[in-house]
Design a binder for this molecule. Sequence first.
Ligand code: 9MR
Length: 321
Amino acid sequence: MSLRELAARRGLIVGSCYNPAAFAEDPRYGEVLAREFNGIVAENHMKFRFLQPERGRFTFEVADAMLDFAEAHGMMARGHTLVWQHSNPDWLEQGDFTRAEMLEIMRAHIHAVLGHFRGRIAAWDVVNEAISDDHDGFRAKNIWFQRVGDDFVDHAFRFAHEADPTMALFYNDYDIEWVDAKFERTYRLVAGMLERGVPVHGVGLQYHTRAMDAPKPEAVLKKIAAFNALGLTVHLTELDIKIPTQATEKDYREQAEVMAGITHVALEAKDCPAIFFWGFTDKYSWIPNFTKGEYDHTLPFDRDYRPKAMYEAMATVLTGE
Ligand code: 9MR
């Protein structure tokens, strides 16, 4: 049985990000993606610079083609991402805009994008990676924070809710599952939003992790329970599990154990119905490049689309054995 069949029987979505170049150049990519996964998210092509390369000119074609594929194969789609400090077009980065103009750009972008994809996407990462790693509050370098101020996140969620009141709206970030300070900052952010009546419905834990020091399942369960107690759902949104490029059998085994633990977390948590990998084949992972060759082999399939031990570990836990 495929991962998606096993997951569906447990009420879970198991998804992957989508790379249109890989899809175009390698027929096995689409075959395995459709066979094994019931969830999809654009790795890059729903980011601001791809959707609105010039002010007021929107390019939806690549994302639409991905959604056609998703619908043909009964896959749930996540939207990633509306407001972020990276992957913005030059006109936005370099433009000399006032606070009022920035808010109007944010509003117009969110309305156009949510309007265009209405009915085809189940959940949006409205704001991505806004929280600082080393101090309370937002990242100093974020253009939205710099030009709008502390309330930019509230505005983004309000615009998104206005544009599509049925949409599940997520705050998405890395290390929430791992670093206590980042979890606490995220918790304070979303709890504050709820107190202010800002429409937020979920938190995305990206879960870019390393096998050697992955967070303990019990600790992650506690963090998810805290968000669930606020009435928020949790998705694991960008999972990959790094092991050294020169990996040993032991590294693969350790990786499989981490994968089993994460699958248990999603099954046991009150409300954590989705695990999305950041890719599914090691052939197209961002990690080797990003870590300058130090880490690799982060995903359930190897470069020849052979399922690895971490795939089997997930399947076993989903089977309930
Ligand atoms: O994997 C993505 C890579 O191809 C892009 O160059 C990069 C910049 O847009 O974004 C990567 O995806 C990131 C995701 O959007 C947000 N969380 C971290 C991911 C890895 O950097």
